[in-house]
Design a protein around this ligand. Structure first.
Ligand code: B12
Ligand code: SF4
Ligand code: SF4
Length: 390
């Protein structure tokens, strides 16, 4: 084939991929190659050496393959990175001032994006395979792939100072997925950094999770603390979590590039009305079966009832809503240590010292809960001192 004919062929293939991606509901699809992220191995290993992955041991265990796509699939020649917009149609931060309601992050206000995207990626990949005869594999956080640096290399956007990918066309609200293929496709141009002197995302973070621009300490991030972390939420972060009961959107939502964002057109990803500000009182009543039913098909289901109730109780403790104290008090007897611990803390926050004393003095304490009782009593003691000082 002459060089011009080859170019025309490549152009047609690129147009074909983009058209199939758009038909499958993707908002953007661009190409890069397995060696396009040379800084990733060093940056990932620094992140892990500093312990910033917390209890996400799978990040450390898979680090070599994760940072080097060629190790994941040596035959891959090209990587198509695809993005799906999940922009909210409302201000995602307005719920934060409604203290008796819970804030579920936008990405979890409807169906699990893994389920929605995987089938669509397979559709595009199978069309590519049928047309070219090339091998294909699809991933949406289903294998060790560093999706953000690859997406930046493909030109979908750039990794902002909050470390997530920001698109000039869609702002912060973009899920990522990839198709690895043995086909040799010409790479698109990477995107440049457009953060400039802005630091809105760094300054808004309630738990100070950015040790430096472009770096996150996951152990301090509310998304990690409420979703990935399986144990009690460390005490130092409990107040700052406010009413965020699943993930956090603050750093994404304040990005000025969201002026170009638009609401998700994929209805399975569009935020559901009833997930925007669910009443804490109702969530505190959930038993295992009711939790599963309520969050069937949602990413929230992944953390299970006990971890979810732990989060809801922290929000209840921060609500200032004394009407929640009775239910929190009942949950002090829950079979789950995680739930009991958060319930003790919530009662310590919600009840006035005399009520706390009256309800809980003389209680036989489960040794597993001792530390939480100590903290609750400490809170109560400092309240009494505050009163005396006032
Ligand atoms: C682990 C993980 C988390 C962890 C850790 C997040 C993190 N930033 O590492 C936790 C649980 C905290 C998390 C939270 C969230 N996550 Co998450 N998460 C992932 C996952 C599985 C891996 C990310 C990873 O590799 N981290 C390791 C670190 C080292 O990599 P990195 O963030 O790319 O780090 C780069 C920078 O630090 C940079 N860097 C370091 N030093 C320097 C210095 C300079 C000068 C520069 C320029 C750069 C630089 O280089 C590193 C390598 O590129 C990806 C899916 C995937 N397979 O990629 C989803 C993913 C990143 N998450 C996603 C989402 C939506 C979220 C949340 C918004 C969810 C929520 N609302 O609660 C939050 C956002 C929090 C935040 N500010 O990052 C989306 C992001 C989409 C996008 N547009 O970017 C992804 C891609 C999932 C998906 N398929 O769509 N997540
Ligand atoms: S998601 Fe929330 S807690 Fe995590 S880095 Fe962003 S603002 Fe901070
Ligand atoms: S808020 Fe500002 S610094 Fe943060 S990602 Fe957006 S443009 Fe960059």
């Amino acid at each position: 084939m002459s060089p011009t004919a080859a170019q025309a062929d490549t152009g047609r293939l690129r147009a074909f991929i983009q058209s199939e991606a758009a038909k499958a509901g993707f908002d953007v699809a661009r190409v890069t190659h397995p060696a396009a992220t040379p800084h990733a191995p060093e940056r990932l290993s620094q992140f892990i050496e500093q312990g910033r992955h917390g209890s996400m041991h799978w990040l450390a265990e898979t680090a070599q393959r994760r940072a080097q796509p060629a190790r994941l699939w040596p035959d891959a020649r090209s990587i198509i990175m695809l993005g799906m917009n999940y922009g909210p149609s409302h201000d995602p931060l307005s719920v934060l001032s409604r203290r008796s309601a819970g804030a579920i992050s936008v990405y979890a206000q409807n169906r699990d994006y893994h389920d929605v995207m995987k089938g669509r990626l397979k559709l595009v990949a199978s069309k590519l395979a049928a047309r070219t005869g090339a091998g294909v594999k699809v991933f949406v956080d289903t294998a060790p792939v560093m999706e953000k640096p690859l997406a930046e290399a493909a030109g979908l956007g750039w990794q902002g100072k909050h470390t997530n990918l920001v698109s000039r066309d869609l702002g912060s609200w973009l899920f990522l997925g990839s198709i690895f293929t043995t086909a040799e496709l010409p790479s698109d141009e990477p995107e440049q950094d457009h953060c400039g002197s802005c630091r809105a995302c760094l300054d808004v973070c309630p738990t100070d999770a950015f040790p430096a621009p472009y770096q996150l300490d996951a152990r301090r991030c509310i998304s990690y603390l409420t979703i990935e972390n399986k144990g009690p939420i460390p005490r130092e972060f409990r107040e700052a979590i406010g009413n965020r009961i699943y993930g956090c959107d603050d750093c994404l939502a304040v990005c000025p590039w969201n002026k170009f964002a638009r609401a998700a057109s994929e209805t399975k990803l569009a935020a559901r009305e009833d997930r925007r500000a669910p009443a804490l009182a109702a969530l505190l009543e959930l038993n295992d079966a009711a939790f599963r039913e309520m969050f069937s098909g949602s990413p929230v289901k992944r953390i299970g009832r006990d971890r979810f109730l732990r989060n809801v109780l922290i929000a209840a403790g921060n609500s200032g809503d004394a009407g929640l104290a009775d239910r929190c008090g009942q949950l002090i007897n829950d079979p789950s240590t995680l739930v009991r611990g958060a319930a003790i803390w919530a009662c310590g926050r919600l009840l006035a010292p005399e009520d706390f004393e009256q309800r809980h003095a003389g209680r036989v304490i489960d040794p597993e809960d001792e530390r939480e009782w100590e903290w609750a009593r400490g809170m109560q003691a400092s309240r009494r001192t505050e009163r005396l000082d006032a």
